[in-house]
Design a protein around this ligand. Structure first.
Ligand SMILES: NC(=O)c1ccc[n+]([C@@H]2O[C@H](COP(=O)([O-])OP(=O)(O)OC[C@H]3O[C@@H](n4cnc5c(N)ncnc54)[C@H](O)[C@@H]3O)[C@@H](O)[C@H]2O)c1
Length: 183
């Protein structure tokens, strides 16, 4: 049986580089494709225990590159996306916000739109055999604003992003939301 393929974006970053070796080890029947453009935040040393496994593939590339994403979807018949890739450091978003909008907003849009087109014929209408495909988008608590010494956020807390980073993550959440079926 051929392995099902999953794209993990940002798999060389802080969180993704823990997730990738875990998935590669735990799910040998899945091919884990680590798609990462290798910004300053990336370090492939942190995924080296996965690098010689036959269910692991590293692809250096940008999530904003539509042709690349379409190609990966088709070539590997991708059935899932776990989307960690982001510009993620708040301080950098104040000195250079453009990269945040590009990667976090346009990159998320590019990925989910490519997945939608590859898995579905029309809104809410999966292609036969693609009903189980899933897109997991990773957000941040900062979309809800800033907490003081006490308090907590809930999923129903109104969005109130306070930095270009959290505004770009909130934007990406809304894009992903728009591709979901809300009854
Ligand atoms: N670290 C935290 O405390 C935290 C908290 C809440 C949410 N998050 C979210 O979790 C996710 C992962 O966070 P992290 O701390 O691992 O981030 P990180 O900055 O350590 O890693 C991000 C990874 O994404 C890659 N990347 C950046 N732009 C890319 C692009 N255009 N195309 C492909 N790859 C690209 C980078 O090279 C890097 O490897 C992010 O979406 C972040 O917003 C993180």
């Amino acid at each position: 049986m051929s392995k099902k393929s999953i794209i993990v974006t940002g798999g060389a970053g802080f969180i993704g580089s823990n997730f990738v070796p875990y998935m590669v080890e735990k799910y040998p029947d899945y091919k884990i494709i680590n798609l990462d453009v290798m910004t300053y935040a990336a370090n492939l040393d942190n995924v080296k225990e996965a690098s010689d496994k036959d269910n692991y593939l590293f692809v250096k590339g940008d999530i904003c590159d539509r042709a690349l994403i379409d190609n990966l979807m088709q070539e590997h018949d991708v059935r899932g996306v776990v989307h960690f890739a982001a510009e993620s450091h708040v301080d950098n978003s104040i000195t250079g916000p453009e990269a945040f909008v590009k990667t976090n907003v346009m990159g998320t849009f590019t990925l989910i739109d490519a997945a939608r087109k590859y898995w579905m014929d029309a809104p809410f209408e999966y292609k036969k055999g693609y009903e189980d495909c899933r897109f997991h988008h990773v957000s941040t608590d900062e979309v809800y604003g800033t907490l003081g010494e006490t308090g907590l956020f809930e999923e129903t807390t109104p969005y109130a992003p306070n930095s270009p980073y959290s505004a770009s993550k909130a934007s990406s959440d809304f894009i992903v939301r728009a591709y979901c079926n809300h009854k």
